[in-house]
Design a binder for this molecule. Structure first.
Ligand SMILES: Cc1cc2nc3c(=O)[nH]c(=O)nc-3n(C[C@H](O)[C@H](O)[C@H](O)COP(=O)(O)OP(=O)(O)OC[C@H]3O[C@@H](n4cnc5c(N)ncnc54)[C@H](O)[C@@H]3O)c2cc1C
Length: 459
């Protein structure tokens, strides 16, 4: 039972803030990145430190409250919040410490991608993670983490060295390859199922000025470019990450007005190395493909490509997305993609194929819960628009597209590209033969499923 006295005691115990429905700032505090999701928690505990997290977990467990854990609040189905329960909001726990000597980075659970990129860039380093700077690092990491450095250095979880965790019983533990190894294994892809992570330590890699940016062609070239891309990518040097997108040119600056609203196929590239080597690696794009309608590839600091698309994707849009892992891109799959690309319900709606080959394949299938160590792409179909009236149409298109292309995927998909309508079968397919081991770790560390607002692994 959550009595007034319990809440009052909790508030006094916190170094951070407890925000309730009648408090000023409640609506702002509960708002999620995806405006399609509208949740009204009973209390939001904006934690300042680990002591606050321990207090919050103890409160939630003892008062029998539903608990959601919130890092960056970017989760598609809004799993960083819940109705009528307790949100453990970590957004204020943002510290980043880069150790240039050991090339390691300790980051707080409230860090965004941009916070970590910013701190690392001063040292010519980067942690392999996502491609939009406003995304929360915590949720991204616990699901896997793909981005421009993936082909060369692996997933974000492949670069995780250690994590501090507050468990369901309120205990604080450290997980690494030598401490609580089972928990460390499960954290690397198993999502927020096992406890509240209060600190991450990552391996960082050299990344400073990269050759990067988008190249766009009219959609009439999409078939040719997709066929070309499926052969080009596996042979490309691992320093080059080029992902493919079927999209529409946004009708806004800085895009040239004469191409606003045009359906396009895009290759978005980032070469992490010298400009000269990068030009060489991307030469086939210039030599072997038709003339693009836009080419913005150029040298830039790594954090610049990481935040290049932020302005197009502010908080507060409607999002419905679906993901899947893809090994091959046969012509019949391309037909499906082209059909749905032409029917996209809004300018922002898209399909992206993110490379997960190279270093991802060098990690064993059972070394982490991320089971797709032989796929070539993590696909996302994202239906996005500012207008809430469009939400039903976005869902219809996203679902229909995903169902149509599903026969050409592995059956599983990245947990961070799932909505909350996927069901247990999809989660099992995603983890494959790692699923039972995840269940065993869940039984050990969270037997009562206190942490269940996530892509849930039931104990
Ligand atoms: C615009 C955009 C771009 C994206 N780009 C990429 C990309 O390039 N690569 C990629 O891999 N993914 C990408 N994603 C997907 C992203 O990984 C997920 O949306 C992820 O859930 C975001 O994490 P968060 O911390 O912001 O989410 P939140 O909504 O805060 O949390 C999501 C879930 O993570 C868990 N969680 C969060 N913090 C903790 C913690 N400290 N301890 C335990 N559990 C926790 C909780 O279970 C929670 O339910 C992108 C998403 C968006 C919206």
């Amino acid at each position: 039972m959550l009595t007034a006295a319990t809440i009052a005691n909790f508030k006094t115990s916190l170094r951070g803030q407890a925000i309730e429905p009648l408090d000023q700032g409640y609506d702002e505090a509960r708002a999620l990145y995806n405006a399609m999701i509208d949740k009204r928690p009973r209390v939001i505990a904006r934690c300042a430190d680990v002591a606050d997290v321990i207090n919050a977990v103890n409160l939630g467990r003892d008062a029998n409250l539903l608990i959601a854990i919130r890092g960056g609040g970017h989760n598609g189905p809004g799993l960083g919040s819940c109705d009528d329960g307790l949100v453990i909001d970590l957004s204020a726990m943002k510290g980043v410490r880069v150790d240039p000597a050991s090339q390691t980075v300790r980051a707080g659970p409230g860090c965004t991608q941009g916070d970590v990129d910013h701190a690392c860039h001063a040292f010519g380093l980067a942690v392999p993670a996502g491609i939009v700077s406003t995304t929360g690092l915590a949720g991204l990491t616990l699901g896997g983490g793909t981005g421009y450095l993936t082909r060369k250095y692996g997933l974000t979880i492949d670069n995780l060295i250690e994590a501090d965790v507050v468990l369901a019983d309120g205990r604080f533990v450290t997980a690494s390859s030598s401490k609580n190894e089972d928990l460390f294994w499960a954290l690397r892809g198993g999502g927020g199922n096992f406890g509240v992570v209060t600190s991450f330590v990552f391996r960082a890699h050299p990344a400073s000025i990269v050759l990067a940016g988008p190249t766009m062609w009219e959609i009439k070239y999409a078939r040719q470019i997709m066929q070309w891309y499926r052969d080009f990518l596996p042979k490309a040097p691992l320093e080059l990450c080029t992902f493919l997108g079927l999209k529409t040119v946004p009708s806004t600056e800085p895009f040239p007005k004469d191409i606003w609203g045009k359906k396009i196929v895009a290759l978005i590239s980032c070469y992490n190395g010298s400009a000269e080597d990068g030009q060489k690696a991307m030469q086939p794009i210039r030599d072997e493909l038709p003339d693009p309608i836009l080419n913005w590839v150029g040298p830039m600091p790594f954090p610049a490509i990481q935040s290049m698309f932020d302005p197009l994707l502010p908080k507060g849009l409607q999002w419905y997305w679906k993901g899947a892992y893809v090994k091959d891109l046969p012509d019949r799959a391309i037909d499906v993609h082209l059909q749905y690309a032409m029917e996209a319900p809004s300018e922002l709606s898209l399909m992206h194929l993110y490379p997960i080959d190279g270093a991802v394949h060098r990690v064993g299938k059972h070394d982490t819960p991320w089971n797709c160590r032989d796929g070539n792409w993590s696909m996302v179909i994202a239906a996005i628009a500012p207008d809430p009236a469009k939400s039903a149409q976005l869902k219809r298109w996203g679902r229909a597209y995903w169902e149509a292309v599903n026969p050409f995927t592995t059956g599983g998909g990245y947990v961070n590209f799932m909505m909350d309508d996927e069901g247990d079968t999809r989660i099992k397919a995603t983890y494959g033969d790692n699923f039972e081991r995840l269940v065993a770790v869940k039984r050990k560390y969270d037997p009562n499923n206190l942490f269940r607002v996530n892509q849930n692994i039931k104990p």
